[in-house]
Design a protein around this ligand. Structure first.
Ligand code: GRF
Length: 206
């Protein structure tokens, strides 16, 4: 009897600059099978970023490639070399504070996801939670989208929202968006993304 080929899991690279709560959530979701795929490597542009520890604690290869002192293209080339070494096919940006160049993105067409703490296209850019708080909105949320050359632009994959109570304050609201929305929708968006990929087995790998 021939056994069916085992399905080959898509390999994700995670790019993150700091705290790493979304990255940790994604690594845990891959490990639990909640998101299909595996975290092949975590790369940070910041030396000593907490996300690196979170990855190491989970047995995921992780390294910093500090941007400081490097021209942008050279930094990207170094990141690309690491992604290639770990055979990364798709990228998840999780608080990665760099805009990727069109040349970089061309190597991952339609294969880079980002999460942003607002209901895009509203409130792109930095400090989105605080600005939403100050706007006094009744509902706020977060968005997972495909990345293009803009800042927090590109087709939306999934959004989630919550009702603002009004007593959170800007930091409390940021925390609520992070834990109640971002950490819920990112693994789900990864699942949707993978379900949209062509099915692969070891037999049809290039
Ligand atoms: C999150 O709010 C994410 O939406 C934004 O940057 C923040 C990163 O937080 N892009 P963390 O490092 O994942 O905890």
């Amino acid at each position: 009897m021939t056994r069916p080929d085992p399905v080959v899991r898509p390999r994700f690279g995670i790019l993150a600059s700091g705290r790493g709560s979304n990255a940790a959530r994604l690594m845990d979701a891959f490990a639990a099978g909640e998101a299909p795929g595996l975290a092949a490597v975590v790369v940070s542009d910041v030396e000593g970023a907490p996300v690196l520890e979170l990855a190491a604690a989970r047995g995921v290869p992780a390294l910093a490639i500090p941007r400081r002192g490097l021209p942008r293209r050279e930094h990207e080339d170094r990141v690309l070399a690491e992604l290639a070494r770990h055979r990364v096919e798709h990228l998840l940006l999780a608080g990665y504070m760099r805009v990727l160049t069109p040349q970089f993105l061309a190597l991952f067409p339609g294969r880079v996801l980002n999460i942003h703490p607002s209901l895009l296209p509203a409130f792109p850019g930095l400090d989105a939670a605080r600005r939403q708080w100050e706007a006094g909105l009744p509902r706020v949320g977060a968005t997972v989208h495909l990345v293009d050359a803009g800042v927090d632009t590109g087709p939306v994959l999934l959004q989630g929202e919550l009702a603002v109570r009004g007593d959170e304050g800007p930091e409390g609201l940021a925390r609520r968006i992070l834990t109640e929305v971002e950490h819920q929708i990112y693994p789900k968006a990864v699942r949707l993304f993978v379900e949209g990929l062509p099915a692969r087995t070891e037999a049809n790998l290039p």
